[in-house]
Design a protein around this ligand. Sequence first.
Ligand code: ADP
Ligand code: MG
Length: 247
Amino acid sequence: MALIELDHIVKTYDLGLSKVPALRDIHFRIERGEFVAIVGQSGSGKSTLMNIIGCLDVPTAGQYQLSGRDVSTLSDDELADVRNLEIGFVFQSFQLLPRASALENVELPLVYRGVSKKLVGLEDRMKHKPAELSGGQRQRVAIARALVTQPSLLLADEPTGNLDSRTGEEIVGLFVDLHGRGNTILLVTHEPKLAARCPRAVRLVDGLVIADGPGREVAMANAEALGAEALAQFHAAERAAQVGARP
Ligand code: ADP
Ligand code: MG
């Protein structure tokens, strides 16, 4: 059974005088243990899709099954339960508690659950408050927090959007590592070079899936569509990765 099964999902925002067709006919599945990037330009429907998959919103039409359960028909309370039990969220803006010990709050359940702080590279930073951490470190805290409940699914919407390019690559490296440990991860990014590191990528254009395949291929097509500069950046990143990987 697939972890996620989207069956002709439609989402239309009703603004009274006008309707915005954010998702028009989304149809794909994700198996347990996959690491999938969702790519596409701003406004293509990536966040809308993540909100539906994360049970933060419901589709206008179509069926969504999570672990074989039809979540399209659940009440708000039932959706909240599914969110709490099944899904870990990571956002662009980290969304950590600024005061008190956000880190210690993460730490205790991590210890209970046997998740090592080492796993997210935070061994020596657990006593710091968010303001005392770099953006990359804050995002590591947010990822640790998302993993605390051992969710079936980790959802990350532009988690590298507020980070410099090198730190963004480190965070994607962390996701690669977490995927290697068996986590199912869905990552939204508009950066082709990051999507290229995912085994699979799905590309949205105007609320439709127009490509679904190996991350590198889908990311390269996306970079081509974005223009010569994006494609040049994509190839430069690949060359840099090759140089870095050389023994
Ligand atoms: P992306 O994350 O790819 O930038 P979104 O899913 O945020 O795309 O948006 C898809 C489309 O839906 C856009 O046209 C956007 O303006 C519209 N949209 C998103 N959220 C809302 C909302 N809450 N109300 C009305 N329109 C929305
Ligand atoms: Mg978005």
